[in-house]
Design a protein around this ligand. Structure first.
Ligand code: ADP
Length: 378
């Protein structure tokens, strides 16, 4: 029997890591991206660019995606041919932040309080009422793009006059956590341990596992993630991001129907990475072990070019590895790579996280960690 062919829509770093991890299983990977220099195209068995998605869908046994905002025609075509995993519903709900929140509300899962506004007047009056809030554009928004932190109506001039918009209450969370699970077509579900995340200006800086939270908070997050996976009849890796409030409430901020930045620690800290488990689930192989081997972390390398000195310094810290994504262009805040960290204790992991951050960000580190947004105690 010939090797199975997995088609990936989207050529970013998530696809790149999926290929490197999945190749050991003997799977062949075809990748489609609009742009010819995307990271995953460089390691694909076959690369499809421009308008060539139809050919990718036809020649793959199963099609998945590594980014929600890929060509909708390609997603629809893969769905029509019965090849798309996870389902088209999971990705369509996720393409639009308003639909996503409404879906979560419909299935009875807790989210931050939110309103959908259709005009500037409505927006002004909501801001007057809520005070501090986060205004979010519903489409094409990720990594904090299209997101505005507003304290009072006078600050609304920075928000584009394009509606509808999602307005969230500003959640004074004590922690941000996420759950990564993998679910098979038969409904078997495995969970990775709960992850603690630190974001700055809407983008992930580092994640640490296991999260330092009370057991009942962790159990609640796992149960909510499971309910969401069941409601979506989900197959593959699903990531769910939560805010934990100071009184222990657990609210879903958003989910991702794919492998996720906060799950990159699994490349070193677990027997089966999230990437391999996603591949296993969507190709109907048995799911792999998700237990934590040792306390782990990742630090994102944002907006920095390849630098020999930086790489040498990071690699001289025990228990570190670098994943570099080979993006053609460096842009401010762009995810250029990440560092995996593993250690014998959570204290040692934390120490190494800050060492790595100082190497990458130098004097900026303090500013990043002293962001005006709530941050985990250090
Ligand atoms: P994106 O899809 O761009 O990642 P998110 O909605 O996940 O956007 O927001 C990114 C980060 O911004 C969150 O992880 C959190 O740190 C912050 N954030 C988003 N919404 C809120 C909110 N309602 N209250 C407080 N912080 C928020």
């Amino acid at each position: 029997m010939p090797n199975r062919v997995l088609g990936i829509l989207g050529g970013g770093q998530l696809g790149l890591m999926m290929i490197i991890e999945g190749r050991a299983l003997g799977i062949r990977f075809y990748v489609y991206d609009e742009h010819g220099n995307a990271p995953a195209l460089q390691v694909a068995d076959r690369a499809f660019v421009g308008d060539d998605w139809r050919e990718l869908v036809l020649s793959s046994d199963v099609v998945t995606f590594e980014f929600e905002h890929v060509n909708p025609k390609a997603l629809a075509n893969a769905h029509e041919l019965g090849k798309l995993r996870p389902s088209i519903t999971s990705v369509m709900v996720k393409q639009d932040k308003i639909k996503e929140r409404e879906f979560l509300r419909e299935i009875g899962l807790p989210t931050p309080k939110f309103k959908i506004v259709e005009s500037r007047d409505e927006l002004k009056s909501i801001v007057k009422r809520l005070g501090k809030c986060v205004v979010k554009a519903p489409y094409g928004a990720y990594d904090g793009k299209g997101q505005y932190y507003i304290n009072n109506p006078s600050e609304l001039s920075e928000v584009p006059n394009k509606y509808p918009l999602l307005v969230d209450e500003f959640v004074r969370f004590s922690r941000e956590i996420s759950v990564i699970l993998v679910r098979s077509a038969s409904g078997e579900t495995k969970f990775y341990p709960v992850i603690e995340n630190y974001n700055h200006e809407g983008i992930l800086i580092y994640s640490i596992v296991p999260a330092q939270i009370p057991d009942e908070v962790g159990a609640r997050a796992l149960s909510l993630a499971k309910q969401l996976a069941e409601a979506l009849n989900y197959v593959g890796v699903l990531a769910v991001e939560f805010f934990v409030t100071s009184d222990g409430d657990v609210l879903i901020n958003e989910f991702a129907p794919r492998v996720h930045n906060t799950g990159h620690w699994t490349l070193l800290g677990s027997i089966t990475s999230q990437f391999e488990n996603h591949v296993r689930a969507i190709l109907d192989y048995p799911l792999g072990d998700t237990e934590l081997l040792r306390p782990s972390a990742i630090v994102n390398i944002l907006g920095k070019p390849w630098d020999e000195d930086m790489v040498n310094k990071i690699l001289s810290i025990p228990g570190t590895k670098i994943w570099w994504y080979n993006k053609a262009e460096v842009r401010p805040r762009r995810k250029m790579g990440h560092v995996n960290i593993i250690a014998n204790s959570i204290g040692e992991v934390r120490k190494r996280v800050f060492e790595v951050m100082n190497i990458i960000y130098g004097e900026e580190t303090e500013k990043i960690l002293k962001s005006p947004w709530p941050k985990p105690d250090m």
